[in-house]
Ligand binder design. Sequence first.
Ligand code: AQP
Length: 334
Amino acid sequence: QKRIFSGIQPSGNLTLGNYLGALKRFVQKQDEGIETIYCLVDLHAITVWQDPEALRRQTREAAAAFIAAGIDPARSILFNQSQISAHAEMGWLLNCVARMGWMNRMTQWKDKAGKNAEKQSLGLFAYPTLMAADILLYHATMVPVGEDQKQHVELTRDIAAKFNHDYKTEFFPSPAPLIEGAATRVMSLRDGSKKMSKSDPSDASRINMTDDADTIAKKFRKAVTDPEPLPETLEGLEGRAEARNLVNVYAALADISPEQVIAEFGGKGFGTFKPALADLAVSKLEPISTEMSRLMADPAEIDRILGSGAEKADAIAQPILAKTLDIMGMIRSR
Ligand code: AQP
């Protein structure tokens, strides 16, 4: 039986990268009729400093983004992670299964910690085991993510396999990463070698889902590109990371292939392509941000939706946590 789990950190404004790499596809999976569980991973967000008031607001804003983008709380389970203590508990159990060597190889840890590993929280290092816990706690079989999270889903498979091997069981299914579409890795608008990220200090590097039409147009206009026109064939994008990124973003927004974008815009300059891209992005994002504002006017309703999602999620998670503890030899007598 198929079950999808995925999450997004409420660590700031959601970006076009989060939208195309994750949220838009979360909606597609829901609409395909697959069982879908989506989580605002606030326990992950605090692996780096979060102002408490800002975290509350960002969590509600992310919930509003999910709903405005098409997640229906009656068809998908939508909740914030910290409402279910089983995530942290399962995270601890899996900390005792994962090996230091595996964790040391995580590229996101290396990227985020940089040369300053000594100053990072222990939680940032353990982030991938908490993510494994999120997924395994629901026996999820598929995890839609952007390219940057592929390694963490592979680690989850390794953890599941080691648990099953060590305890001579087949309790945990092996989840598969689902990395699909033209925009699995949206790049920064200022640097084609860096992914677009909500925590990038430069606001000009990203399109936020809540940016207004003028801001979106301005950010695309100023996006770093080479001066050549778009090529006549897809191969012509080789070695042109910024141009390729914008073509991929256009394709993902328009639900067409990059080939089709090239067929339409090949030979045309960025002076033509960038405004067309901005118009397309505005036409897709503006209705979502308008709906987000409407939802944000009633924070109590958002909290109610998250609470009701958490109840449904807990009903799945608790028996799986209990069974995991039992398999590991913990006495459960109350
Ligand atoms: N640039 C991107 N292109 C495609 N997909 C992306 N995702 C993130 N950035 C891109 C996907 O969005 C989902 C949620 O990501 P996250 O919030 O859990 O954390 P992240 O991957 O670390 O994303 P950010 O925006 O860079 O967050 P910060 O800056 O807070 O670390 C994932 O499926 C991810 O692949």
